[in-house]
Design a protein around this ligand. Structure first.
Ligand code: ADP
Ligand code: ZN
Ligand code: ZN
Length: 827
């Protein structure tokens, strides 16, 4: 017998601890265990966790007795060495515990814990399946008990290594975790038709068609049948579904379809639309690039010969997507995988549909709110480098964590979007910046696209760190919209305002509506009125948990806190002096909707904001109604600024530009320019030149001027000087510390102590402690300390020094109850 080695494994446990832990490998696992596999380990007070093996070795830990690994869950590594290195980088750079990174990276289904409740998959049918003995036992037990956790199942069938069996059964859709079952995700469905199995042969269908021919009464059914055949994707037999919508578009009569169902020829069934969309049975041909696009594409390829990163700066409507398509196709030909990062999946259905129409099954949409089984499915396909499916991942930030094998290209669309940065929970990573690190480990290329690049990115392009390719014209020679100002001061003085709408905007709205064109109004504040103030004593109703005033929501007739969700009844009198002279200040989307519905009672007015899109498909419904011109005026928060492409929008109104300009944040001007330019870009995308009206009290403000001129370059030149003069990114890196505690005095003394200890090392680079704008949220008082570090200084050393200071801070008993949040490169 071969000598038995005593092996140990370092593992990452999905809890917020900085270290990895060493466990003893039971002898029977010696030949099986590899880094990247999942194991079950006992940690702390007898709790079991799914952990990832990072290293197998022969060195026993010196300061504790290693416990045995309980189970080995995988027969192959599910996390690659590259991924592990990437996790380590994220953990170090963003100062996040490696366990937090693991949590963010792995789909929840990979983290089966012994408490996970399992039930039978609702779509599983026992009669057409072939279960082995153990699976049968589990099936029987679940028939009786309905739900069981892993521990119970393990006891019932009497084996310890239950995880691999359950995992396999989940993969085979025999079982499902209860969490997954109850997942709120209710997919939008659409009615589709299939041929009954007995008709699924060419012979049968021919026979049927013949029997319908030359019969007046069967004419419509024959038409329906023929169209089923011409639309359906029947490459592998006649079993594919055809959507009713597609048939109806080709004038197939509904009653003919129903008759075919009644006569047992077709079956109708509701299918999940997003799944069908992705299977895209009608693939579209790519568009032929215009000369300008072709030049840009060539330039990008030239850049990629010398550099790994290129910025595509293309104005709104310049046709960036078609250039992405060409680059993606080139990668597919090379057999590579492509990662396409989008700021928010929910807000980019249009783009997903466009790309799916070209690439069909090769696209996978990966999103943390998605069905967990699908996430695991995509994970496995990517891991095994499946040659056909999921070669292109369209994903929100968490898709950077997929186990790529042959990543060739990363595209970051709308790279300036702040939602690429995760704020809560830790790791507080920026997916755009992290994807650059990810790409470099594959020697893959990165294309950043935007009409309004972030200052940091453009700086990198200007200083030749990145390549730069520009598209200055809209596709098809369309002009960029014409931007005007409505001078609020003047209109107020002349009393021409209609409540919050200037007469300039009002007249333009009337013209647009008369011409049957659509309007988008942008107001970056939801609710009705954000502040009520007593005219006598200045009192305002405020949240009992937070230090902010409450926003009135008319629909629910309530006052809401937008920070913690606290709701209270509206007040009629001042809470301080009891006067009833409460004045309402400011306005949100809801108020505008209300006012406009009185002015334009016959028009359809809808609102797109957090309050109207809480249910899962609400967003899609509003958008498709708008696209189909069932809505005349769409009022929205920044949700309306994202890359939407509507062809009948002739007018965009920005209702309160000053609110955007007045934010006390070093990025306020950058964000204001981006938001105004992006929302302007929604106007006039297909036919005539669009019109944008910016309502402002400061029409001469330089940011407004640059928006009017569509002059990104001058905006950048001004802004970069400010950044340099005031020590902001990209010249300095910012690390922000937020300290939180219930007790204000305790917080103040701890924050002061922490800032002082940082100052010992970093000197005048430390600012604060200061109260943030909202100094109390959810009953916790907040103080921030900001560290500004020269770009040139090694971030590694800085972070080690910070970590040491944090450790010293927590070594003091009085600080133990303080929460300290570290945000590297805050957005
Ligand atoms: P961007 O993403 O730069 O804002 P899009 O890619 O959405 O621009 O393109 C703007 C519009 O122009 C879209 O409606 C798109 O279908 C159309 N378009 C772009 N390129 C072409 C092309 N080569 N041929 C035909 N239409 C195009
Ligand atoms: Zn609150
Ligand atoms: Zn009062």
């Amino acid at each position: 017998m071969a000598e038995r080695k005593t092996l140990f494994a370092d593992v990452i446990i999905p809890i917020p601890v900085r270290n990895e832990f060493t466990y003893r490998v039971p002898f029977e696992m010696n030949d099986l265990i590899k880094s990247g596999m999942r194991v079950v380990v006992n940690f702390g007070k007898n709790k079991l966790y799914t952990a990832i093996v990072s290293k197998v070795h022969e060195t026993a830990p010196t300061n504790y007795q290693a416990k045995y690994i309980e189970h080995l869950l995988d027969d192959y590594p599910i996390v690659t060495g590259k991924q592990y290195q990437f996790w380590k980088w994220i953990s170090a750079y963003y100062m996040a515990p490696i366990g937090d990174v693991m949590n963010a990276a792995l789909p929840a289904n990979f983290k089966l814990a012994s408490e996970t409740k399992i039930t039978l998959h609702p779509e599983f049918e026992i009669h057409n399946s072939n279960l082995n003995k153990r699976q049968m036992q589990i099936y029987d037990a679940l028939e009786v008990q309905e739900t069981l956790n892993l521990k119970e199942i393990s006891e019932i069938i009497g084996i310890k290594t239950i995880h691999p069996i359950i995992k396999q059964m989940i993969d085979d859709r025999i079982l499902i975790s209860l969490e997954e079952m109850n997942y709120k995700y209710t997919p939008k469905t659409a009615l589709a038709y299939f041929f009954k199995p007995e008709y699924q042969t060419e012979e049968k269908l021919n026979e049927l068609a013949l029997s319908f021919e030359n019969k007046k009464s069967k004419e419509k059914q024959l038409h329906a049948l023929m169209l089923m055949l011409s639309i359906g994707d029947f490459k592998q037999g006649y079993e594919a579904p055809v959507l009713q919508k597609d048939l109806a578009e080709k004038d197939v009569s509904l009653s003919a379809l129903q008759t075919l169902v009644k006569n047992g020829i077709l079956v109708s069934e509701r299918l999940q639309v997003d799944r069908i969309g992705l299977n895209a049975n009608e693939l579209k041909n790519k568009k032929v690039l215009s000369e300008v696009q072709q030049t840009a594409l060539t330039e990008i390829k030239e850049v990629f010969k010398e550099k790994d990163i290129c910025l595509l700066h293309g104005v709104t409507g310049s046709g960036k997507t078609e250039i992405y398509v060409e680059l993606i196709e080139e990668q597919l030909k090379l057999g590579n995988q492509v990662l396409f990062l989008l700021p928010e999946i929910a807000l980019t259905t249009q783009l997903i549909q466009r790309l799916s129409a070209y690439f069909g099954d090769k696209i996978g949409v990966y999103h943390s709110k998605f069905n967990q089984n699908e996430r695991v499915e995509i994970w496995n396909h990517i891991l095994h480098d499946h040659p056909e499916r999921y070669r292109i991942i369209l994903g929100a930030r968490s898709s950077i964590f997929l186990p790529f094998q042959r990543l060739g290209l990363v595209i970051v669309d709308e790279e300036h979007e702040s939602s690429f940065k995760q704020y809560d929970p830790s790791p507080r990573y920026n997916a755009r910046d992290s994807s650059i690190v990810l790409a470099s480990s594959f020697k893959a290329k990165v294309l950043l696209g935007s009409a309004t690049p972030s200052i940091e990115t453009f700086y990198n392009a200007k200083t030749n760190k990145y390549g730069l390719v520009s598209l200055a014209q809209r596709h098809g020679g369309l002009a960029l919209p014409e931007v005007f100002c409505a001078d609020l001061k003047k209109e107020r003085k002349e009393k021409t305002m209609h409540s919050h709408i200037s007469s300039f905007l009002m007249n333009s709205m009337e013209d647009a509506l008369k011409a049957k064109e659509q309007i988008i109004l942008f107001q970056n504040r939801r609710g009705y009125t954000p502040t009520w103030t007593c005219e006598i004593c200045n009192w305002s109703p405020s949240c009992k948990n937070c230090d902010v005033s409450l926003t009135y929501h008319k629909q629910t007739n309530s006052l809401k806190c937008h920070y913690c969700g606290y709701v209270s009844a509206p007040v009629g009198t001042c809470g301080s002096c009891s006067s009833n002279r409460l004045r309402m200040n400011g306005f949100g989307t809801e108020k505008i909707e209300d006012e406009l519905s009185i002015i334009f009672p016959e028009k359809i007015i809808k609102r797109l904001d957090l309050d109207t899109t809480r249910s899962k498909n609400a967003y899609q419904i509003i958008l498709s109604d708008f696209e189909n011109r069932k809505i005349d005026i769409l009022i929205g928060t920044q949700m309306v600024t994202k890359g939407l492409d509507f062809d009948n929008v002739s007018l965009v109104g920005i209702l309160d530009a000053d609110m955007l300009l007045n934010r006390p944040d070093f990025r306020a001007f950058e964000r204001a320019f981006q938001l105004m330019t992006q929302v302007s870009g929604r106007a006039g995308r297909k036919k005539k030149r669009g019109k944008v009206i910016v309502q402002t009290g400061r029409p001469d403000h330089w940011i407004i001027q640059k928006v009017i001129e569509h002059n990104y370059l001058e905006f950048y030149d001004n802004e970069i000087l400010e950044r340099k003069n005031f020590f902001y990114p990209p010249f300095y890196k910012i690390i922000q510390f937020t300290l939180k505690h219930r007790d204000e005095n305790q917080l103040n003394s701890s924050a002061l102590e922490f800032a002082d200890s940082l100052k010992d090392v970093f000197k005048e680079r430390v600012l604060g402690p200061e109260y943030p704008i909202v100094k109390r949220i959810n009953n916790l008082y907040l103080k921030t300390v900001v560290l500004k570090i020269e770009r040139e200084i090694s971030h590694k050393i800085v972070k080690e020094q910070i970590q040491q200071k944090v450790d010293e801070f927590y070594a003091i008993a009085a600080n133990k109850s303080i929460r300290l949040v570290i945000d590297v490169d805050p957005a």
